[in-house]
Design a binder for this molecule. Sequence first.
Ligand SMILES: Cc1cc2nc3c(=O)[nH]c(=O)nc-3n(C[C@H](O)[C@H](O)[C@H](O)COP(=O)(O)OP(=O)(O)OC[C@H]3O[C@@H](n4cnc5c(N)ncnc54)[C@H](O)[C@@H]3O)c2cc1C
Length: 396
Amino acid sequence: MNLNCTPAEEAFRRQVRDFFENEYPRDLLDKVRNGDILGRADHIRSQRALQSRGWLAIGWPQEHGGPGWDATRRYVFEEEMDRAGVPHLLPMAILYVAPVIYTFGSTDQRRRWLPDILESRSLWAQGYSEPEAGSDLASLRFRAERDGDHYVLNGTKIWTSYAQWADWIFCLARTSKEPRKQQGISFICVEMSSPGITLHPIISIDGLHHLNRIEFKDVRVPVTNRIGEEGRGWDYALFLLQAERLSYAHVARKKQDLKQLQRLAAKLPSDHDGSMLDDASFARKIAACEVQVDVLEISVLRVLTASTTVSAAEVSGLKIFATETAQRITELYVELAGRSVAPWPDRHLVGWRDLAPGVPDFAAPWTASYLFERAQSIYGGATEVQKNIIWKAIGR
Ligand SMILES: Cc1cc2nc3c(=O)[nH]c(=O)nc-3n(C[C@H](O)[C@H](O)[C@H](O)COP(=O)(O)OP(=O)(O)OC[C@H]3O[C@@H](n4cnc5c(N)ncnc54)[C@H](O)[C@@H]3O)c2cc1C
């Protein structure tokens, strides 16, 4: 594998870097750098800034509004995006449901939903999990009963990320009872403003509102909101999950995080002489983590440039490794923050830094990340379940 870019790719890299340095909204980069909390409007502004160049939907085919880049250009772009410190994309529309819409949706559905997603006029949420259907998703009980040219939806979805910001939610719903539980499931898109939907916030361990429980009571949805065939939703759900699990790597962001960790460690005194970076034990941990990120990078590049379809087991392996690496980085930050992780100010408050004098600025956001990143072993499919997928593939 040749990791060197061609002169044309390097020119492309400079063009992208120039955009982030000179055109992209600086205040958003400052917010991310300062560990401030971003709201819906911030994310929309960020996505629209990318789309002003046609650079939001980088994985979509050109005919549907993607830039038509090859794997290397996509990788270079994501590297530059993470290097600049751009807020993460809200993935549910751009990365998850849009490929389902342009691959399995009708022409009408593409026309209806894709332009709004591209312009961030509509945000989406993912309605897969239920109180008793997570790892064993196919046992879901959420019902969609046919009533003329509508479905009537009843049931509960849970752990629904950013549903409080969403205009639409894509749901897996049982449209018939079949002998195999994976059968009889359909993929249905619902407007969040529909009568009968009630949203209950769930506050996570980091004190923030990422998650929700959503009750559906007799929610009427036109049949034309179903993507693909009735009863074939499980196939579309798995197609989407592959994309979701591949989206977690964020290699360039991890590299930046490790560089910043080193800069901070060079400034903070250790219990012995010198800085934390002079501490052999801590320096060794950073080095081991750098190797881990390098291995992740090579693994991601292998998948991106693979000539054959990537297997579910490979995707699962990558998800586990990306998760462990992300969690390890947050652990190193918490170790560096040491005692400072204890006073933990509410970052919604203006001037939150002044509430904990003497505490380094990075301590609060990174303590929050440390706590929330534990969830990466769960969302998108728990680590144990990914190991089962790998084991089944090896056993064959
Ligand atoms: C931060 C966060 C964001 C999320 N966002 C969304 C979202 O936007 N939309 C959405 O639909 N869902 C979302 N989820 C839900 C997520 O997909 C589920 O939590 C996940 O699939 C696990 O399901 P569960 O919570 O029901 O746990 P369970 O399935 O009950 O699992 C509990 C434990 O048992 C283990 N386990 C279960 N089955 C097996 C097995 N066969 N072998 C070995 N171990 C097993 C699991 O690994 C886990 O440790 C989110 C979750 C989190 C934490």
